[in-house]
Design a protein around this ligand. Structure first.
Ligand code: F2R
Ligand code: MG
Ligand code: MG
Length: 305
């Protein structure tokens, strides 16, 4: 079935984007050097590209989908918590360090604990968006279900409406990308406008409308300047640029990732979003062997599920 194959591909692309994007952080090379190397399309020389929290959390979403065929919120909370406890050093967001240990012990508490974050506002971070592309591909046959299931997956950790909207937008983009495998589906500005039209009102949606107005050939650094590059780690600051890049590069995962990386900022996450969406269409086709050999492998259970 196309949807489960595409979801699996989206997971691979998300992990590749996360691990590739992570290499461009100042921890590994100063921003000026990173920008020059990205512009020159110089592949990071490190032999191991480790993925981060973006992939760790996407794996939990994928695991729940393969087990239940839909988002089971309490089990998703448990999976996030247990995965965190097993390996908390994947660069999780501040709010997740506070929340996830509680979910490991008492998964049903997500309903109250998640709303307590950030002074009772809930998180509007980009964490629900970064992990959701495989879900969008999974439900691609029904766009209403994509939006509903994405919101269910987001709510478990991100109670703020902007955190949820970011996830809905990314899942819809992945669904459109997956649909393009065997039929007509919108691309470029049309895709961005369609996603915006189905995303709940707010800053994420406004950013998507702006993204639809940014022409395809715009320099990526300029697009990131206009739309945000995730530097604030918020959904509204991350999703519009990552989806702009994906929407205009649906034929090539590597072109999409180089373009997104040029925006720097929260580059593991912008690349995870772009990578997940584009791979829902392309899979890993065209990705050099060297990249695949360097990216940390996914756990073996993924192939068995
Ligand atoms: N955390 C990071 N990168 C920082 C460096 C990590 C370091 N190397 C380490 O090892 O610890 N990256 C990851 O976090 C992002 C996903 O974040 P998520 O899951 O949304 O977490 P959180 O904490 O809920 O939200 C992120 C930030 O957004 C701001 N924020 C959220 N809600 C807010 C609110 N209601 N009011 C104001 N600000 C809010 C805060 O600054 C949060 O810390 C990804 O980049 C992932 O790669
Ligand atoms: Mg990360
Ligand atoms: Mg990040």
């Amino acid at each position: 079935m196309i949807s489960s194959l595409s979801a699996r591909d989206a997971l691979e692309g998300l992990a590749l984007g996360d691990a590739f994007g992570e290499r461009w952080f100042p921890l590994f090379r100063p921003a000026k050097v990173a920008f020059a190397e990205i512009r020159a399309r110089r592949v990071p020389g490190e032999l191991a590209w480790h993925w981060t929290d973006d992939t760790a959390m996407a794996l939990s979403v994928y695991r729940v989908l393969t087990a239940y065929g839909a988002v089971h919120q309490e089990d998703l909370a448990l999976a996030f918590g247990v995965t965190y406890r097993a390996d908390a050093y994947r660069g999780y967001g501040y709010g997740m360090h506070e929340l996830l240990p509680k979910l490991a012990d008492e998964p049903a508490s997500w309903r109250t604990e998640t709303r307590e974050l950030f002074g009772g506002e809930g998180s509007l971070g980009n964490g629900a968006a970064m992990r959701v592309a495989p879900l969008g591909a999974w439900f691609c046959a029904d766009l209403d279900e994509v939006a509903e299931q994405a919101a269910f997956s987001a709510e478990v950790t991100h109670a703020h409406p902007e955190g949820v909207a970011g996830a809905v937008a990314v899942a819809l983009a992945a669904a459109f990308a997956a649909r393009g495998r065997d039929g007509d589906a919108p691309e470029g500005a049309e895709l961005l406008a369609e996603v915006a039209g189905r995303t709940p009102a707010g800053e994420v949606r406004e950013g998507l409308h702006r993204a639809a107005g940014v022409p395809a050939g715009t320099e990526p650094w300029r697009a990131a300047d206009l739309l945000g590059n995730g530097q604030r780690i918020r959904a509204a600051d991350t999703v519009p640029f990552a989806l702009w890049s994906a929407a205009h590069h649906l034929g090539s995962l590597t072109d999409a990732l180089w373009t997104t990386a040029e925006g720097l900022g929260d580059v593991d996450t912008t690349c995870a979003v772009t990578g997940g969406v584009v791979a829902a269409r392309t899979g890993l086709a065209g990705v050099p062997e060297q990249w695949l050999a360097r990216r940390e492998a996914l756990p073996s259970w993924v192939d068995e599920s």
